[in-house]
Design a protein around this ligand. Sequence first.
Ligand code: AGP
Length: 616
Amino acid sequence: MCGIVGYLGEKNPKTVIIDGLKKLEYRGYDSAGVAIIHNGKTKRIRAQGKLKALEEKVLNEDFNGHVGIGHTRWATHGAPNERNAHPHQVGEVSLVHNGIIENYLEIKAELIKEGAVISSDTDSELVAHLIWKELQKNQNLLLSVQIVLKKIIGAFSIVALWEKSPNELVAFKDGPPLIVGLSKDTEKSEFFVVSDVQAALVHTNRFVYLNDREVVHIKDKAVNYYNADGATLKKEITVLNWTADMVEKMGYRHFMLKELYEQPRSVAAAIAPYIDTDTHAVKFNDQGKSFNSETIFKSIERVIFVACGTSFYASMIGKYLIEQICRVPVDTDIASEFRYRRPVIPKNSLVISVSQSGETADTLAAVRLAKEQGAQVLSITNVAQSSIDREADAHMYMNSGVEIGVASTKAFTSTLALLNVLALQISKARGSLSPVSEKEYVQNLLTIPSQIEVVLAYDKYFSEAAKELQKYKGFLYLGRGVNYPIALEGALKLKELAYMHAEGYAAGEMKHGPLALIDESMAIVVVAPSDELLDKTVSNLQEAKARGGKIISIGTGENKALKDMSEYYLSLPGSLWTTNPIIAVVPLQLMAYHLADSLGYDVDQPRNLAKSVTVE
Ligand code: AGP
């Protein structure tokens, strides 16, 4: 969602903030702005559109202060224009905000009654009014923020600046992430307050993660943390091993392309902690403090996955894997549904949350609900120390490195690899995995990185076919069994990147409705590996072809029947059913990427979308 960068230190705040915002632009990008102290006054510059517009506006501006705040906005309240862009300034206070203030109507009515002049359509500006109102009375920024925090309801993180106190920043969080960066050189004092560590990685790797309803007060050379009641908190410093070059394109045209190509490495990195490469056995590598996975896996009677979007589709594959390998019943829930449907979570359930960012608001809420009901939560995430990771009882990490492209790629394949590991661990803990099967599964899993390399060779094929594929008015993606969620994921990639109509269906569902859509302008993309369901899928395709549909198929090896009926046929290397989805999704990612790129769309930052959805 919105990106926040606050800075207090000896460097030029303009450069630090703009460079930081560039690293966050993928989170939200319909307007941007900075407020930096200059000659004891707030100099605020905002611009509609991409960050480039703001960069041009501040290019020749000087700032001689050492404190400032910046923001990239993904509109929630109010249109994406300059007047609604952050920072918002009221009197001597300016602030940036990520999230939603739920009681904004009430606050607005009260402020208007008191004579306040509201100059934007946002809920954020109202918080600046409230702080300024307090500040005029008490001349204390920290105290004012603490008072206001008690009055606002919602999910928000906010950084505030007071021009009269040019060596001070106050920030608070109750929802979307907010992280304090401390100077790498412990002798020096400079401070960052960011919504994502990527904004400050070039300067430091020492971070303090704020929890909900926590306040940070940075003044002169000191930093202090408080809870919502004003009690002092002692916070832990996390030293990250991520480096700044992880957030560069490294010569690729787009982050998404780079991330697509990183998949052999990221899948290998995901499974490495859990595989004994000498014996080809799975290991229980508990990364949870109080969680003994072997014991828990032995006694669980149900698994419930909660996730959103691509992570939800990965969870659907988790259901196939765990039910078939472990014979444990599995439910999959879209997190935004789970949290509101008063779910029944039976005793001995293991709730597994899947989230690349670890910050998705609905998934976080689902995790909290599960914990309230006494379930153990295992989180699968890419970002260690993210909100979901911190709240879970046990942890598995995708180990994919930073994923910048809004369209998730490498996090998806790493998750599928981890779900393979998890299914084997559960089965092993329950004594239902024979050593022979374990070896076969593990050996197969270890071949996946090199098989992805083979599939990446389709890159050229898709870049050539992209223009031709533009002619279709719609795309139906089909799959069966474990490849049904891959059809859903392929359709999602095409929708979010190429803005083309695409639907994912279980191939057997065609006759129950979607067949009516088929004519010559409809492309049917089918994932049909050589498994026991192949013949059934082929007959579904015959029906579609007979009605004029054009077939793009992804099969195993030289499948003549499939090839003959298809406009395009892609051959995947042979693999077990458990891992086939990991390699089958790669051509679908490439297809969406090249189609979108050939249409001239911004692949890394698709319209209307943000990388991590930290509000409902
Ligand atoms: C994927 O391409 C999407 N951008 C989106 O569906 C994403 O997977 C979803 O928002 C969940 O994000 P998370 O994994 O960070 O929780």
